[in-house]
Write a protein that binds this ligand. Structure first.
Ligand SMILES: Cc1cc2nc3c(=O)[nH]c(=O)nc-3n(C[C@H](O)[C@H](O)[C@H](O)COP(=O)(O)OP(=O)(O)OC[C@H]3O[C@@H](n4cnc5c(N)ncnc54)[C@H](O)[C@@H]3O)c2cc1C
Length: 449
């Protein structure tokens, strides 16, 4: 990928700063120009040639201002990167230019003991933030299954939900993000403090409309979650039981259901081998007896695995959400996946898909709360058989009422509901007037330009 950006001029402007690390080796340029997009053969083909010409790591907000101002002056694209664990190439520099690593900003700035809100710099790892919150008797409401390595800013800008979504819905629901400090990409970049409502357009915008320097998030009281598994021989009973759990008066943090052929491929910490479908749960200790009772009532096998050990990377958390896909790909790289909200009732649709696709589609369900209502989301494993086959499957799922969040798409809109969010586009023209931030990822702005 060759471009004509004046990188040398930009280097002159920033290279004397001790608080800006420069990474220019070929291995660094490659390493920091990719994420986990290779779960999608479609994205792999489209993105593997994209590469930054310079990688910078500022370690102060002032240094971010300097980089922003220099990129604006020389009209060089700037792509932001947290930990680079995204699945859709969100932090891949489509147009080359500069990649800015945000993990030099990682301080926890403030904790409010009355409200539980926390203000934290963008590059702080979710694991570190959660650990600190636990010291205050709190914890994060939502976490991706990559919570050990992902940054808080990357989660807000690129993620959607995950562990906790069964109780707390999704990141874009009002009430999770209550404020942002951002830096604009202008001649004289500004530091702006946005309240909950003006922060919304930057929530899940892939870093296209402002550089987040810090975030204020709500939290929830700490519960020492228990891990539990429930084995069920019959798929429709398993789905029904999962729905009973998510609607019962118990505190759940995770409720995942995996088809037996998925369970077979998971690592040893998934529990003893079984030829059953398996529900994985994180639940409050006072819910254990209820879950046991509901399971036994239909002849399912319940096992309490005891309190979660957060020090190990081998928990139920690391089997859920897209970690399921990760483990399946560990045994066979031909597995890819889809993401969808299932129609109600769910069973008929899943059965019809199964009848057509057999074991080329394996069901993986997650209990979620959507607009305050308990629903089932799915991240089915899909055996890669080429683009026409994937399109056919997506169309069939849509015809049967599923809402697809396409993980094989590059733009914010195509990966979401497919519609342009005018507020996101307006925020881009205000905070990034030259359209330099992560170009190519916000479709609304491409259409308007
Ligand atoms: C195995 C696996 C499991 C996953 N499970 C989940 C899951 O359960 N839920 C989920 O939502 N995601 C999941 N993901 C995707 C990803 O791990 C998460 O969304 C994660 O939170 C991204 O954080 P990150 O720091 O790696 O962000 P990055 O990948 O570095 O960046 C994500 C986006 O945020 C932007 N960004 C980063 N920092 C800033 C900033 N300071 N200002 C503005 N924009 C910024 C980037 O430009 C990019 O567009 C999973 C991925 C994998 C590989």
């Amino acid at each position: 990928m060759t471009t004509n950006y004046p990188i040398k001029l930009l280097l002159k402007d920033i290279s004397s700063r001790a608080d800006i690390e420069l990474l220019q080796s070929s291995s660094d340029l490659h390493r920091f120009s990719r994420d986990f997009y290779d779960y999608s053969p479609v994205l792999k083909e489209k993105l593997s040639h994209c590469i930054a010409e310079l990688v910078v790591r500022p370690s102060s907000v002032e240094a971010v201002l300097v980089v922003a101002s220099a990129c604006f002056r020389h009209s060089i694209p700037l792509t932001l990167r947290g930990s680079g664990t995204g699945n859709y190439g969100q932090c891949v520099p489509l147009k080359g230019g500069v990649v800015m690593l945000m993990n030099g900003l990682r301080q926890i700035r403030d904790f409010n003991p009355v409200t539980g809100e926390v203000t934290v710099e963008t590059g702080c790892l979710l694991r570190d933030l959660n650990e600190e919150l636990i010291r205050h008797g709190r914890q994060l409401r939502l976490l991706p299954s990559t919570w050990r390595s992902a940054s808080v800013g990357g989660f807000i800008a690129g993620g959607s939900g995950g562990i906790g979504s069964v109780r707390w819905g999704f990141l874009r629901d009002p009430g999770h993000l209550t404020g942002l400090e951002i830096i604009t990409l202008e001649k004289s970049p500004k530091i702006l403090n946005l309240n909950g409502s003006s922060a919304e357009p930057l929530n899940h915008a892939y870093g296209t409309n402002g550089i987040i320097s810090s975030l204020t998030l709500t939290t929830t009281p700490f519960i020492c979650w228990h891990e539990a598994i429930v084995d069920c021989s019959n798929w429709s009973q398993a789905v029904d039981l999962m729905k009973q759990f998510t609607c019962a008066a118990i505190d759940l943090y995770l409720c995942t259901l995996l088809e037996r052929k998925v369970v077979e491929q998971l690592p040893h910490w998934c529990g003893s081998p079984t030829d059953n479908h398996r529900i994985l749960l994180l639940l409050a200790p006072d819910g254990i007896e209820t879950v046991r009772r509901l399971s036994v009532a239909i002849g399912a096998n319940f096992k309490d695995l005891g309190p979660e050990n957060l020090q190990r990377g081998t928990g139920i958390r690391e089997l859920s959400w897209n970690h399921t896909t990760l483990h399946m790909r560990g045994s066979d790289k031909n597995w890819t996946y889809l993401q969808m909200l299932l129609p109600q009732p769910e069973l008929k649709m899943m059965q019809e898909i199964k009848e057509t696709w057999g074991d080329n589609v394996l069901w993986h369900l997650e209990g979620v709360r959507q607009f305050g209502v308990q629903r089932l989301a799915a991240l089915p494993l899909v055996r890669w058989q080429g683009m026409p086959s994937l399109n056919k499957l997506m169309n069939q799922c849509k015809e049967k009422g599923a809402i697809i969040f396409n993980p094989h798409a590059i733009t914010v809109e195509d990966g979401g509901l497919g519609v342009v969010d005018a507020d996101q586009v307006n925020a881009k023209s205000s905070y990034d007037p030259k359209s330099l931030l992560n170009p190519g990822k916000l479709k609304g702005c491409l259409i308007n330009s």
